[in-house]
Design a protein around this ligand. Structure first.
Ligand code: SAH
Length: 476
């Protein structure tokens, strides 16, 4: 049947739109005669007036000029920097609706990337966090010699000093650093530290990093906090070693922030925008912090990987442990084990756990963590799973009863997936921070494994990120 659909709208056009659903990257979807329009900060149920700022062949992107009728799912964002910062794209969405949107995104991934039918697979409601603000145990702020102003700051008409900023950069653009006076992701002391360190640095005349010229002294301020222990690390990343300045900073921190338990200085003289560097000097305190997950205590160095939401990590690991249905004689493989947190968390219920991890330092941390917690039935192996995970590895360590994997965002290498299919341990738990690559990997295994349960866990309120745990059983 012929339709009399209008041609797609043009760039610059202003339209009235009804928002249907959430889409990727904090956008929401509306349609005009079937043509997709992705609306920044839209919420399903909104009626908005929006202006198209980008037009592609198959879709356009628009920003809201006016909310004509707000969705019932809207709420007031807490942060002044909400629209510009983009760190928390969903602060304007009620938390329950965020959780449901994440559950649906897992369903979408299983259907579209995995080819699974929702008739056979049920995705459980997302396990939400009790604390939806101040939940991160680590924040990395950047210094910049070119401050990026928010539209609200520009609208004040005031003259801003734009050659010093300490804050977060606009997503995907390290050149645009906002000078943040508030951020509700870490603790209240973390907010005060950002403001205090900025004031001191400016008063002392220390130069912030110039990202284009690759010069300047101050590069990053990383704050790590033990959620359960109260330990607090300040890590100042600088271009070059300047002991006198570090003594000035140490004296300031000790006088003004008695909460700080350790202060370290990372030296990064390279051009890469990273808080890692070629050396780490401990200026005061032990140089590490501790945090606990369940009954276990973990040592966290300035550059060690540790889940950034401690309370929800504990829930995530509890889900994985539950799904693994552990038995006293089990041999468990924990692949992509990082600093051994999951291995250690499961070890007391089984005979032995073998953890495998690429990064040597993380493996050293895993061994130390096991030893400090009196966990004796773990073995940690360093190496790239793609090369390491072969029949001879299984001959050496024994055939596993349970396999737990927790790969990075890219998912598993196909060779690792193939090896899992061949080895086919009875129970298999796949923890993932990217449901799309997870679904892709699981599709390759759908002939040999059936999905038993799917449980999303929210570690990152106000963002689209979700951790998803899938429990599988070998077929036949
Ligand atoms: N399970 C851990 C860490 C998961 S993060 C926790 O919850 O704390 C994923 C880990 O996979 C990282 O530590 C990363 O270094 C490791 N990794 C990435 N590619 C790898 C590979 N090819 N082989 C082995 N480990 C890898």
């Amino acid at each position: 049947m012929a339709t009399d659909a209008q041609p797609p709208p043009k760039r610059g056009a202003t339209l009235t739109l009804e928002i249907e659903k959430f889409a990727d990257k904090g956008m929401a979807l509306a349609r005009v005669d079937g043509f997709v329009i992705l609306v920044r900060e839209g919420v399903p149920g909104d009626r908005v007036k929006a202006r198209i700022y980008k037009k592609k062949k198959r879709y356009a992107e628009a920003e809201i000029e006016e909310v004509l009728e707000p969705s019932a799912l809207r709420t007031e964002p807490r942060c002044y920097y909400f629209s510009t910062c983009g760190g928390c794209k969903w602060q304007h969405v009620q938390y329950e609706a965020q959780l449901e949107a994440k559950r649906e995104s897992v369903e979408g991934a299983l259907q579209h990337q995995g080819g699974f039918s929702l008739d056979n697979v049920e995705v459980q409601p997302t396990i939400g966090a009790e604390e939806i603000y101040l939940y991160r145990n680590k924040m990395e702020f950047s210094f910049s010699a070119q401050r990026w102003l928010t539209p609200e700051e520009i609208a004040t008409g005031r003259d801003f000093d734009t050659d010093f900023a300490l804050g977060l950069h606009v997503p995907g653009n390290p050149f645009k650093v906002l000078d943040l006076k508030e951020c509700h992701l870490q603790s209240e002391v973390s907010q005060r530290l950002v403001n205090g360190v900025r004031e001191l640095a400016k008063a002392e005349g220390w130069e912030p990093w110039h990202i284009r010229k690759h010069e300047g002294f101050l590069r990053h301020l990383v704050i790590r906090q033990g959620t359960h222990t109260g330990d607090l690390m300040v890590n100042l990343v600088t271009n070059g070693h300047h002991p006198e300045r570090m003594q000035t900073m140490a004296a300031y921190l000790q006088a003004t922030f008695p909460e700080v338990t350790t202060f370290v200085n990372t030296i990064n003289t390279g051009v890469a925008q990273t808080a890692f560097g070629e050396a780490v000097h401990t200026i005061f305190g032990p140089g590490v912090i501790y945090d606990t997950i369940g009954p276990y205590r973990f040592e966290i160095a300035s550059n060690a990987f540790f889940q950034t939401n401690t309370r929800q990590a504990e829930r995530l690991y509890a889900v994985a442990r539950d799904m693994a249905d552990l038995r006293p004689d089990d041999l468990v493989y924990d692949l992509y084990c990082g600093a051994g947190t999951i291995s250690i968390f499961m070890a007391d219920a089984v005979a032995h756990v073998v953890g495998v991890e690429l990064v040597e330092e993380a493996v050293a941390n895993a061994r130390a963590n096991a030893a400090h917690n009196g966990v004796e039935n773990t073995t940690f192996v360093a190496g790239d799973l793609k090369e390491l995970f072969t029949p001879s590895f299984i001959e050496t360590h024994g055939p596993p009863d349970v396999l737990v994997v927790d790969p990075p965002r890219g998912g598993m290498h196909p060779d690792v997936v193939k090896q899992i299919a061949t080895m086919r341990p009875e129970r298999f738990v796949y923890v993932s921070c990217n449901p799309q690559t997870q679904a892709r990997d699981l599709e390759m295994l759908s002939e040999v494994y059936s999905i038993e349960a799917v449980q999303p866990v929210d570690l990152f309120p106000h963002t689209q990120h979700i951790e998803n745990v899938v429990s599988l059983r070998a077929i036949g």
